[in-house]
Structures are given as structure tokens and as C-alpha cells.
Write a new protein. Structure first.
Length: 247
């Protein structure tokens, strides 16, 4: 399970990435920004209280962020015209935000000057600057190596949560009472996510949820995530699992 420090450091490998909010008319809006620091209370970022970004944060109190870290982020294609992706990972988070007062920032700076003094200095430079903290969130690290350059499988996924926000583990699910261990799913899975046995199962950390096994299974034993999130809980008893990052 990733710590909040590790989440921050993975974002910081790119430094600037996308932040998404919902505008007053219900449309998503996206901009380039970055987290500035972290502590036991979450991930911190700043904006100015005269910007639409600020208004959306105050109204919705929600934020999503996503960063892609790769050897080369440029779009390339192979000889067949198919997209080629150099090994890398993306990290995404989504959760709840609150505004942090200047007095709270100063208290934090007294305990950890290196982490919070730069935020205060920016407020001194720009009178409309203010600070928010993403204090409750869930997310995922999606580490990919589609050409199997560095390992024997394409994906290594990990989902996480901070402050007990619920989430679903990655991967599709095979119903034991319907699986006949015919091997069809393993033959069509290009992600090496199928684990063989008397009944088969799916290694969620390798599963892309692409649907190849779902469409090929002759007994309809495989449960997809969308739009069946409720069915996962009602029909097969797979509960949303709560985790909390170490603070």
C-alpha cells in the first residue's frame, strides 16, 4: 500500500500534470498544475481566489488529478500503424478538498519549514493566492510495459486510498460455480492475468479489464466492472475494500 509520501513522489516525477474539476454548468474542466507538498493530512496545492478553479473547488469540494510518467511521451506507431507506448506508468487520484487558512499554514511551517514556507512565500507574492489540501482520496498506479521490455507481463496495477475512502480492487472476476476450467480465457488474455487451477481466477494487478476474456468465456463466468459495480457486491459478494494509507 502506497504511503501519502510515495503518492506525492510519483506525481513529482513529472512535476506538472492535469487537475480536473466540475464547472457550475456541469462540464468537466482540466488544467495543468501540481501538488506542492504533503504531510499526514494530505496533498497540498495552490490557486488564486479570483480564478474559476477556485470557485469550482469551493462549490464542488472535489478534485481529480492524473500524471503520466514515461521514457518518451511522444506518440509513435509501429510498422502496422498501431500505437507504440514506451514503458511507464500513470498515477491518478480523486477525492475531497478543503481550503487551508494562512494561520494553519503558518502553524505547519513552524513544525516543518521546508515543506510549507514556500507556500507562504507565494501568498506573500500574490495577494489572491490560497491553499487547498486533498485530504481524502482514492487512486491507482497503472505501471505498464506493453512490449514486455523489462518483465514477463504487461501490467502492474495498484489501487490505494487515503482516509478510508472506498474503492474497488482492479481486475475482472471469475465466478467459481460457472468456471469449467476450459482455458479459453487464458488463450485470449494478452496480459497474463489468468491464474489456472481447478477453477480459474484473475490476477487483478495484471488485468487491464479489456474484456477479451469476458467476451470469449463460453459459460459467462466472468463478471465485468462496468456497468456491473453493484452486481459485484450483490451477486458474488465482492465488497468494496477499505484501506488507509499510513500517515
Amino acid at each position: 500500500m502506497l504511503s501519502v509520501k510515495e503518492v506525492f513522489e510519483k506525481f513529482e516525477e513529472l512535476h506538472s500534470y492535469s487537475f480536473t474539476t466540475i464547472s457550475s454548468d456541469g462540464y468537466p474542466e482540466i488544467r495543468i498544475a501540481h501538488f506542492l507538498t504533503y504531510d499526514k493530512d494530505g496533498l497540498y496545492f495552490q490557486t488564486m481566489n479570483v480564478k474559476p478553479f477556485y470557485k469550482q473547488l469551493k462549490e464542488q469540494k472535489k478534485l481529480a488529478a492524473c500524471a503520466l510518467v514515461a521514457e518518451d511521451g511522444r506518440a509513435t506507431h509501429d510498422s502496422d500503424g498501431l500505437s507504440y507506448f514506451p514503458p511507464g506508468y500513470y498515477i491518478r487520484v480523486a477525492g475531497d478538498v478543503r481550503e487551508v487558512s494562512l494561520s494553519e499554514l503558518k502553524r505547519k511551517a513552524e513544525k516543518n519549514e521546508n515543506k510549507f514556507r514556500p507556500l507562504i512565500l507565494d501568498i506573500d507574492r500574490y495577494p489572491t493566492m490560497t491553499t487547498f489540501v486533498l485530504y481524502k482520496f482514492r487512486g491507482e498506479v497503472y505501471d505498464y510495459d506493453f512490449e514486455k521490455k523489462f518483465r514477463s507481463h504487461k501490467l502492474l496495477r495498484e489501487r490505494f486510498s487515503f482516509n478510508n475512502l472506498d474503492y474497488l480492487e482492479p481486475g475482472f472476476f471469475i465466478k467459481k460455480d460457472k468456471c469449467i476450467a476450459c482455458g479459453t480465457c487464458a488463450k485470449v488474455c494478452t496480459f497474463d492475468a489468468i491464474v489456472k487451477g481447478e477453477t480459474y481466477r484473475i490476477n487483478g494487478s495484471r488485468c487491464d479489464e479489456c474484456g477479451s476474456c469476458y467476451t470469449a468465456c463460453p459459460t459467462n463466468a466472468i463478471i465485468a466492472k462496468s456497468p456491473l459495480e453493484e452486481s459485484l457486491r450483490k451477486n458474488i459478494g465482492k465488497k468494496i475494500i477499505k484501506y488507509s494509507l499510513s500517515k
